[in-house]
Design a protein around this ligand. Structure first.
Ligand code: URA
Length: 434
């Protein structure tokens, strides 16, 4: 088999066989196929696409490039969640402990942030002492003792994805539905969960800008999961404004804890987290209907057991659970600057992508994979879409490194202020079940 022929076939829009796909993935991961040939094939896939059979074969080849976690020693259906990434998305920190407190084991592997979007691993890393790279034994122990485990993806899970993703990142080939499907689903299938809820983000801040694109991606992932015996369903949710008030790692831990304490219960972030948790409870067999599952979520918040599960997870994995009660023990910024409205109006839109990039510039996110984060910096967004703003009202609190000059202009430009009230917006755009 020659890699040249695979590239040529795909360039002309032909389909690759499972054997050809397996040959490419194995060669790319081992280094026997040069990066320029893999990059050429990736670009051809971006333009020509892949059929369902090809996407399935690519997912399997990537899954089988590494280890598969065996969770069979943990009783019950294990349920995972994946979000395609957004600004201020800290749902894992909220729903993981809730689902676990309801009795459903929740094994989760997470990523680090890059560019305008944050990563769950970085958010957990803001809790002093917490180990965010668990060994397999540590992961299983956490799942057994707290029913919740979260760790950075280990190097031996789908290593072909690591290699191909790095190439996609530098060749403008990330935004391809079959490539995203195979990348996400290979890791999820290798992670060993029985069921998966997907939160596919849709909007200007997300990979998928339109409902059509987001639906196609969601259906593609649902099809691949179903074909491999995974229970899977997807929510398509809006991603334009940041999710919640916090952008930045320690700040996002604070907001997640506040929601677990029962505060901000009607915010979009809380509603999304509770809905995802409820879907997980239904898939895990703990509830039959959505209302019943949402009732279980509310009960675990009210009796404090969801927050207590997070404390136990943190303590078991070397972290300081006291930091969840005393936020002064979380990483702190060097300075705090208020940005105030320069005029009055109603908030018609908030540019989450621009705020994500501003948070990255403050040191909360990475421009480059090797960047070291400042876990205490970030942005508190004090306005919501639809809210009325008076002149001089604080709109953003900026938590920055000492000595950094914080100019208000770039922050104010992320808000669109209009003279008339704007209509409310739905956060849930569509659901897709298997
Ligand atoms: N997240 C992934 O893990 N892979 C992609 O291709 C896109 C988002």
């Amino acid at each position: 088999m020659r890699m040249y022929d695979l590239i040529y076939t795909k360039k002309l829009g032909g389909a690759l066989s499972p054997e050809e796909i397996a040959f490419w993935v194995k060669g790319a991961a081992e280094g026997s196929i040069p990066d320029e040939q893999s990059a050429a094939l990736l670009m051809a896939i971006c333009w020509r696409g892949m059929g369902t059979e090809e996407t399935l074969a690519l997912t399997l080849a990537m899954r089988d490039s590494g280890k598969r976690l065996d969770l069979s020693a943990i009783p019950g259906l294990k349920v995972d969640k994946h979000s395609t990434g957004g600004v201020g998305d800290k749902t894992t920190l909220i729903l993981g402990p809730i689902v676990a407190a309801c009795g459903v084991p929740c094994p989760m592997f997470s990523g680090r942030g890059l560019g305008h979007t944050g990563g769950t691993v970085d958010k957990f890393a803001a809790i002093p002492g917490l180990r965010v790279e668990l060994s397999e034994a540590g992961f299983l122990r956490s799942l057994r003792e707290t029913r919740f485990a979260n760790s950075a993806q280990t190097a031996d899970i789908a290593p072909a994805d690591r290699k191909l993703y790095a190439l996609r990142d530098i060749t403008a080939t990330v935004e391809s539905i079959p490539l995203i499907t195979a990348s996400i689903m290979s890791k999820k299938l290798a992670g060993g969960a029985d069921a998966l809820v997907l939160d596919v983000k849709c909007g200007p801040t997300a990979f998928m800008k339109t409902l059509d694109e987001a639906s196609t991606l969601a259906q593609s992932m649902v099809d691949v999961g179903t074909a491999h015996g995974m229970q899977i369903r997807a929510l398509i949710t809006r991603m334009d404004a940041p999710l919640g008030w916090a952008i930045g790692n320690a700040l996002e831990v604070m907001e997640a804890v506040e929601i677990l304490r029962g505060e901000h219960g009607d915010s979009e972030l809380a509603q999304l987290s509770f809905r995802l948790a409820a879907e997980m409870l239904i898939m895990g067999g703990a509830a039959d209907r959505l209302e019943q599952a949402l009732g279980m979520v509310r009960a675990r918040l009210q009796d404090g057991s969801a927050l207590e599960t997070l404390r136990r997870f943190v303590a078991l994995n070397g972290g300081d659970p006291g930091a969840l009660d005393d936020f002064g023990r979380l990483p702190q910024p060097g300075q705090v600057v208020e940005v105030r409205a320069d005029r009055e109006g109603y908030v018609a839109a908030i540019d989450g992508r621009a705020l994500g990039l501003l948070a990255m510039d403050l040191g909360a996110g990475r421009k480059d994979r090797s960047d070291v984060l400042d876990l205490g910096v970030g942005i508190r967004v004090r306005a919501r879409v639809g809210s009325k703003v008076a002149k001089n009202q604080p709109l953003f609190t900026v938590y920055a490194k000492r000595g950094v000059l914080v100019a208000p202009g770039p922050f104010l430009r992320t808000l669109e202020l209009v003279p008339e009230p704007t209509a409310g917006r739905a956060w849930l755009l569509k659901t897709i079940n298997c």
